[in-house]
Ligand binder design. Sequence first.
Ligand code: CMC
Length: 395
Amino acid sequence: TGKFTYDPGFLSTASCQSSITYIDGDKGELLYRGYPIEQLAVNCDFLETCHLLLNGDLPNAAEKKDFVSRVTKHTMVNEQMQFFMRGFRRDAHPMAVLTGLVGGMSAFYHDTTDVTNPQHREIAAIRLIAKMPTLVAMAYKYSVGQPYIYPKNDLSYSANFMRMMFGTPCEEYQPDDVLVRAMDRIFILHADHEQNASTSTVRLCGSSGTNPYAAIAAGVACLWGPAHGGANEACLNMLADIQQMGGVAKIGEFITKVKDKNSSVKLMGFGHRVYKNYDPRAKLMRETCHEVLGALGLENDPMFKLAMALEKIALEDEYFVARKLYPNVDFYSGIVQRAIGIPVSLFTAVFALARTVGWIAQLNEMISDPEYKIGRPRQLFTGSATRQVKPLAER
Ligand code: CMC
């Protein structure tokens, strides 16, 4: 056919123009709206970062107050959501539950389903950011058979999430400051990452004019895969497998398997399509890892030691060096989440919670673009030429 460029995996095709997030993969640089991730991680909290991504700049004190108050107004979910939740098995994967709950929001919040209406989009954005922690915590509480804990709006976004996760009606939960900061940093580092698979999914889905909740549910579904957001869960499972094989002494054997051309085993938490030097998020997450494990007295945690040893061996190995494979954010985020007490199966849901703001900012940007069109990739057809249907008896 020759009319279209064939670019599987979008290796060299820009799917949109965007002014939200900038990545320089060679330098290992990540900017949200021009601000380096290293500065945001240290000087801002997650809701300030949300304001930045959604509105283009960091809020001043009055804007922050207003934004926080608008978000906290929406932290509760419709009581009926509990009954929707009950339809799931208790052992359902939290990402299956979250895909359903987020998609289901369009059935609860009818007043904000027109994606072409800026007011609808604005309220849907606030609702999604506000309710994601409540939904993720509900999915967790449901899985362990504990009562749901309602949000408490005088807490910070991250402290509120941790209280809904780990509090019970019998005992007031006091989140540790170091852990709350770590949670907030996880959220900031995962908030946006330009045109990755789930964000592109949200854009493509939203381009049909579907409602914002449905578009974000599509993002959640895409994020679930182990090559994307599911890597944090897969990485911890991989570390557990190596631990079971015999721990640090067995790293060499595992790496040999990864390098085997005939094996599909990958070093989870390593490699990135864009970062070919290092992932700046991984550097920050590594710092947080040390801080959290230090605060909890877990520096000798065998899983952490194993991860450190694995990283060192991989970084010196010719296979990984030649392919420019470095640890990505998910190599460390799982270890931090596990130390906080979040179960492995919930890791990707926490990523989804954090990425929601990025998805919405990207959706808004697309719909507001005067040149925006429904996404409709073309193909290079490789099937049969025209042929004639024979009656059943002659086939
Ligand atoms: N372990 C072993 N080999 C790898 C890995 C890995 N983690 N990643 C890439 N390679 C090899 C790959 O087999 C290929 O080798 P060869 O040239 O001999 O065929 C070469 O490196 C280039 O890899 P690629 O698959 O062409 O690279 P990609 O840009 O298509 O994939 C990736 C990027 C992130 C999907 C991939 O590196 C991967 O699967 N990593 C493990 C999963 C992971 O940690 N994902 C999280 C990404 S960061 C968070 C997020 O975005 O959600």
